[in-house]
Ligand binder design. Structure first.
Ligand code: ADP
Length: 840
């Protein structure tokens, strides 16, 4: 079967066999159809002959004059074709050779002679036979033809140069043909044209026209080739570059091998693999790390992805997976450690020691409790955490959750984000380097939540002993076990902590210190710490001198640091606590002590005389006048002023509530930044007073003609809460009934419309505040009686407590006896108004 074979070039050779031709050269020839190719006159080509009719045609030709007609078939995939499937013009060809192939098939080598037009088919079986006439074009060479030939040649030359399939000598061959038609045939048979276009050239008889059509085809071919060549060059450049790099890298490796050096990159990857193996990672993590490593090995180190994966693997390697510290089991030593760092706080210290004892008995089965230290700033929550870690022999880590809104801060970003990193939990675990640190989460009450997710829910997972053995960080993408970690959280207030979180924790309150406790803490801990921090070594115990107001006279001129000994007199410390700091904790106290130490240190360093003992007089000199003062009890019994007790993050304090009544229309005015709850308390107090006016000695009719103004001083500080209820009521009743309030009585408690007094919080702190202010009697809701147990004895002894169930009891305890004179109301214009008669 004739197939798509390269056409060889040759010039006609050998004598043309004698042919019997009829009129106009008409003759009959056996036909061999061509698939996928067109034979041109003069061309020499091998053809496979496979189809039955073709074989018969060749055999017939061989018996006669070796001449056949080859015609291209119209459909290239048609198999046994008949006359209708063949083009009308073919080429008379001479069989030069017949080759029997080893597999029994036949191949022939034919040479085209001249174009033939088919007149008709005279036979179809066993072979196709056609009646044909030769077609001749004019072969004279006009100047136009000459020009056309040159144009075709030059186009062809460019095509040959650009083409990667055409042999260079095909151009030389073309150059040596000087017949225009022949040149066109030669070029057409050389170009990679499809059958229809070749046939078009074959059927174009006029040589000039044939050249013209060919030149169009050549131009098209040239365009395609040029485009191809451009693309090829670009691709080649890219390939060249990476091949060059590859080659150079291989060469470098070879040189390094020769020099006995290893490829650093290869060594690095090997080291990583080893590290992964010995890291102690759980199996799943190890598989993940190895997979990533394999991805990395297949990459160029210059690609950005490479370093992303590298960072990721480094994270996995840097995290502690098995490394843990041995817990101390010595309870006595642990108790010492706790005492060494903190004064007082017996409940908390006991709780820690209990935990250690239980753990010794229960072993690893014991899940670590999650403690939550709640208390105002500076009461030692953080330092306690540190000291628990020390007592247990564990590492300590701490992060602050204050203001975190974004869940990603806790859990990290997925690695698909550019610059993604793990969240704070995992970062901190990496920094501690062990799987069982004491991990403090500060300010859990300040956690925010917004559209970027809810960090509290991520924390839930961290703090839930059932879940935290498989903590999911987005970046890490593998689970991390946090179950060995001992978590401690801290908060200033309990209320803002989401209830779900609160439930998981064991809340321990650190309410703040009394003045006595602060003094002890200062003497035993803060002063030594600050002296040490400022290079002022202490040589004897302080706190021995208690003289008040003693002047600092012993100024020493000795500048030598090592002989410096600075002491703080007790009086000075008390003064610092009372007048320079206003806080429940001791943070400011520590800061002020530090400030004094620095001033002294400077004097020492400058060689100036410096004090040996810090006494009260020195405080003003070094720290300026006292900057804070707490509430002080009123000096006189007054009408319309009652002393309440407040409790803030800074501890407890007294709070004066003032009520003034004036002629008006029954309006109630509240000032002093009172919150919603406090406003409602005021309304309730007023309603109570109104409902019980008669009993309370208030003229009922006045309510409609009186404006009431309630003010709580220190208007810059927002105040809220229900516990001012009874104080508001007393101030109101006092103002409306003109009965004075006892100046040394302070009170706290919520009021109901019916006058019942409900318990409130912060009793210990409030009582400490009352004591500090010089109050003598404290009125408390009866249900708060049990809270008194927490108040230190020396404070309790100085105060009288009145426990109340109803407003009547409060009135009895707080108001002075009914006035002797008539009550007085002020008019708006300030003039005195006719007194209202109090009804009995
Ligand atoms: P918080 O975390 O509650 O705000 P810190 O732990 O930062 O408070 O404590 C502030 C300072 O007060 C620390 O230097 C701490 O050592 C000290 N301190 C607080 N309470 C005590 C105490 N009971 N005994 C000794 N030092 C204390």
């Amino acid at each position: 079967m004739p197939d798509d074979l390269p056409i060889l070039f040759d010039f006609p050779s050998g004598p043309e066999a004698a042919v019997i031709e009829g009129q106009h050269g008409e003759r009959e020839l056996p036909v061999v159809p061509l698939i996928n190719t067109v034979l041109f006159p003069h061309m020499l080509t091998p053809l496979f002959v496979g189809r039955e009719r073709s074989v018969a045609a060749v055999e017939a030709a061989m018996e006669h004059d070796r001449t056949i007609l080859v015609i291209a078939q119209r459909e290239q995939d048609a198999d046994d074709v008949g006359p209708n499937e063949l083009f009308g013009v073919g080429v008379e060809a001479h069989i030069q050779r017949v080759l029997k192939m080893p597999d029994g098939s036949t191949s022939i080598v034919v040479q085209g002679r001249r174009r033939m037009r088919v007149i008709d088919f005279v036979q179809e079986r066993p072979m196709l036979r056609a009646r044909v006439v030769p077609i001749y074009g004019e072969e004279d060479k006009s100047i136009a033809i000459e020009a056309m030939m040159r144009a075709v040649l030059s186009l062809f030359e460019r095509v040959v140069k650009l083409s990667r399939t055409l042999p260079d000598d095909s151009y030389i061959m073309a150059m040596n043909v000087d017949e225009p038609g022949w040149l066109a045939d030669l070029v057409a048979s050389t170009l990679p044209l499809d059958v229809s276009r070749r046939q078009e050239i074959l059927e174009t008889i006029d040589p000039e026209e044939r050249l013209r059509r060919l030149s169009i085809m050549l131009t098209q071919e040239l365009d395609v080739l040029e485009l191809e060549s451009r693309i090829h060059t670009q691709v080649q450049k890219e390939v060249d570059k990476s091949q060059r790099e590859f080659f150079l890298r291989e060469k470098m490796k070879a040189i390094q091998r020769e020099l006995g050096q290893e490829d650093p990159l290869q060594r690095d990857l090997l080291e990583l693999r080893e590290k992964i193996l010995i890291s102690g990672m759980p199996e799943k993590v190890q598989i993940k790390a190895t997979e990533e490593l394999e991805r990395m090995e297949a990459m160029s180190p210059a690609s950005p992805e490479y370093s992303v994966i590298r960072t990721y693997i480094d994270w996995l390697l840097d995290l502690p997976w098995t490394n843990q510290t041995e817990d101390t089991n010595d309870l006595i030593e642990a108790a010492h450690t706790l005492d060494r760092n903190h004064y007082g706080l017996p409940k908390i210290k006991d709780r820690i020691l209990e935990f250690m004892a239980v753990r010794q008995l229960a072993g690893a089965r014991l899940k670590s409790p999650i403690l939550c230290f709640v208390g105002p700033p500076g009461v030692g929550k953080t330092s306690l955490g540190r000291s628990i870690a020390e007592a247990l022999g564990r590492h300590f880590a701490r992060i602050s959750l204050g203001g975190i809104h974004d869940e990603a801060e806790i859990r990290g970003h997925r690695r698909t984000y550019i610059g993604a990193l793990p969240g704070r939990i995992i970062k901190t675990m990496k920094d501690t380097g062990t799987i069982n640190p004491v991990f403090m989460l500060d300010e859990i009450d300040k956690l925010g939540s917004d559209f970027r997710g809810d960090p509290a829910s991520a924390l839930l997972e961290v703090l839930d002993p059932e879940q935290n053995n498989a903590f999911a960080d987005h970046y890490l993408d593998v689970h991390y076990d946090l179950s060995k970690v001992m978590f401690i959280t801290t908060a200033n207030l309990l209320d803002p902590i989401p209830p779900a979180l609160r439930d998981r924790m064991e809340v321990i309150h650190l309410p703040g210190y009394t003045e006595e406790e602060k003094l002890q803490i200062a003497q035993q801990f803060l002063v030594p710490k600050q002296l040490e921090a400022n290079g002022l070594t202490r040589t004897e115990e302080i706190g021995l001198r208690t003289e008040l107001g003693e002047l600092d006279l012993d100024l020493s001129p000795q500048p030598l640091a090592h002989s410096v000994e600075l002491q703080f007199s007790e009086a000075a410390l008390r003064q610092l606590i009372r007048s320079y700091t206003y806080e429940a904790g001791v943070r400011n106290l520590e800061r002020e002590i530090g400030a004094i130490c620095r001033k002294v240190a400077r004097r020492v360093a400058e060689g100036r005389p410096f004090p040996r003992i810090v006494r009260p007089a020195l405080l003003t000199k070094y720290l300026g006048p006292a900057h804070r003062s707490h509430g002080v009890a009123e000096l006189h019994d007054e009408i319309g002023v009652a002393t309440g007790l407040s409790w803030t993050a800074n501890g407890g304090d007294t709070m004066a509530i003032e009520v003034s009544v004036m002629e008006g229309k029954g309006a109630l005015m509240l000032t002093g930044q009172l919150g919603e709850v406090m406003r409602e308390s005021a309304q309730a107090a007023l309603s109570f007073a109104r409902a019980n006016a008669r009993r309370l000695g208030i003229n009922e009719r006045r309510f409609d003609k009186t404006d009431i103004h309630i003010h709580v001083p220190e208007g810059a500080v927002p105040k809220d809460g229900p516990s001012a209820g009874i104080t508001l009521a007393i101030a109101l009743i006092s103002a409306l009934s003109s009965q004075a309030v006892k100046h040394d009585v302070a009170m706290t408690g919520e009021i109901t419309l019916r006058g019942r007094v409900l318990p409130v919080g912060g009793i210990k702190e409030k009582i400490l505040g009352a004591h500090r202010a010089g109050i003598r009697t404290v009125i408390l809701p009866r249900d708060n009686e049990r809270d008194i147990a927490e108040v230190p004895g020396h404070v309790k002894r100085k105060l009288a407590f009145v426990y109340v169930d109803h407003m009547d009891d409060v009135i009895a305890g707080a108001l002075c006896a009914p006035p002797a004179s008539e009550p007085v109301l002020l008019k708006r214009n300030g003039k005195r108004e006719k007194p209202i008669k109090i009804e009995e």
